[in-house]
Ligand binder design. Sequence first.
Ligand SMILES: [Zn+2]
Length: 253
Amino acid sequence: MVIDGHVHAGKGDGLTGPWNTDAPLGAYLRRARAAGIGRAVVFPALHTDYGRANLELARVVSRSRGRLIGFAFVHAGRDRGRIHEMVGTAVRQWGFRGIKVHRLDAPATREVCEAARSFGVPVLYDVLGEPFRIELLAQQYPDVDFIVPHLGSFADDFRAHYQVIDQLCRFPNVYTDTAGVRRFDYLVSAVRRAGPRKVIFGSDGPWLHPGLELHKIRLLQLPRRHEALVTGGNMLRLLSKAGRPSLRAVAAA
Ligand SMILES: [Zn+2]
């Protein structure tokens, strides 16, 4: 089963770029099916009200008959004080399986990490070219899994790619996704140095074509079982912890 680990769904309210305006799934779902992608992790576009955006996403997920897996988007600053509750609603009521944070909103905080720990879900944290943001989080929360999308930079910043590859090697709980990474040899290097268990296929659909993004993974020409980890196995392993809070969370409760 191929799982796309990075897809947006629903409308944003910013109207300053595709990322905060609209992420319609129609063409994405057709393209993904044609490419052999069976399931997708979805989260909202950037929004000024993630409570509302997550609720709208929950409706889309519930209509998908299991094809879509929701991640709750939170704003680490604006949603301060209610992140545990927002994630709790998403996980318990809607069956969401992860958290999305974006540095463009605000850098991730302890509150975000502790919600992830409590609910046993991964954090997909777009560091927007600043991988150092991951250093302290990964050390302070060794029982929380962090996925750094775009190998650290959607803007092809090779310095960020190098830093994230290094972090994949050093931190057992840090992963990357392949969404929109254009400089192919950084993907080769990530798999070679950190191993196939640390790299997750993602497309950044519907804005990028899932078939094209998946083809990049095929072009890595990995042994079959390694490719299967990248295209779904790794994400499934991370998602399987949801609802099973870590021992630290139990101890802290
Ligand atoms: Zn994205």
